[in-house]
Design a protein around this ligand. Structure first.
Ligand code: ZN
Length: 248
């Protein structure tokens, strides 16, 4: 037996649904065994993007099975609509700014590290691994793969809409409200390890004569051992950080 429900997606969630379903309550086919999570995902909305579902005026959880004819409102993560008093679907806040990035957003991972964020990334990570790291290590999964976000075990995930890597960083920083947590040049872009201050005397033998002469503050990556100083930050990277700062 097939019935129907009326579904209204709010704010950014409209980007996931077909044009005719955007910004309006639209009628969707519905079978009695389906949960509200099933209904939303059938429309193309990953459950990790959803923070609140209201059915006929009452907030419900993902496993709720609506009756036919129900009116379902679906709200995105971080959308402020005066719904704060209502209990949200997230088991814990998503604002812990540690990440695991999908294979398809490697540049985003490097740029977030440049801004100081802890981002695990491997060019060969399987979906299973990404899901497990996200869950076990409480890292927000960044991906452009909706299928991956549909996995039940993932509670902390973010679908990245932008295609250009700089736009992607701006999107993530904005959506998670991370502007106050930017700490550029404190983490190695290559290995994700923190940079720690080292006395000049310890790195003298690794420096060119001019660097030795003009710079006094040095940092070293605890992972790969590379030494950084103000002048070693390629102009391009400084410009990149400034561009991102101006946009967020
Ligand atoms: Zn390193």
């Amino acid at each position: 037996m097939t019935g129907f429900v009326e579904v209204r997606p709010y704010a950014e969630l409209n980007a996931f649904v077909a044009a005719e379903c955007r910004g309006v309550a639209s009628r969707r086919p519905f079978r009695p065994h389906q949960t509200v999570k099933d209904v939303a995902e059938a429309m193309g909305i990953p459950h990790t993007e959803i923070d609140l579902i209201v059915v006929d005026g009452e907030p419900v959880d993902f496993g709720y099975r609506p009756r036919t004819g129900a009116r379902i409102a679906v709200y995105p993560v971080f959308e402020a609509l005066g719904i704060e008093p209502i209990e949200r679907l997230r088991p814990a806040p998503l604002r812990d700014p540690r990440f695991v990035a999908d294979v398809n957003v490697g540049k985003l991972a490097r740029y977030l590290r440049l801004l100081g964020f802890d981002v695990q990334w491997s060019p060969t990570a399987a979906d299973e691994t990404l899901a497990r790291v996200s869950t076990d290590d409480q890292r927000i999964l960044l991906t452009r793969d909706r299928g991956l976000l549909a996995r039940k075990v993932i509670t902390h995930g973010l679908f990245v809409h932008a295609v250009d890597p700089v736009e992607q960083v701006v999107e993530v920083v904005r959506r998670l409200d991370l502007t106050s947590r930017l700490a550029p040049f404190t983490r190695c872009m290559r290995c994700n390890d923190p940079l720690v201050e080292v006395p000049k005397s310890e790195v003298l033998d690794q420096l060119e004569p001019l660097t030795r002469r003009y710079y006094d503050d040095f940092r070293r990556c605890v992972g790969c051992g590379r030494v950084f100083w103000a002048g070693s930050h390629h102009d391009r990277l400084v410009t990149l950080v400034e561009t991102i700062r101006a946009r967020v």
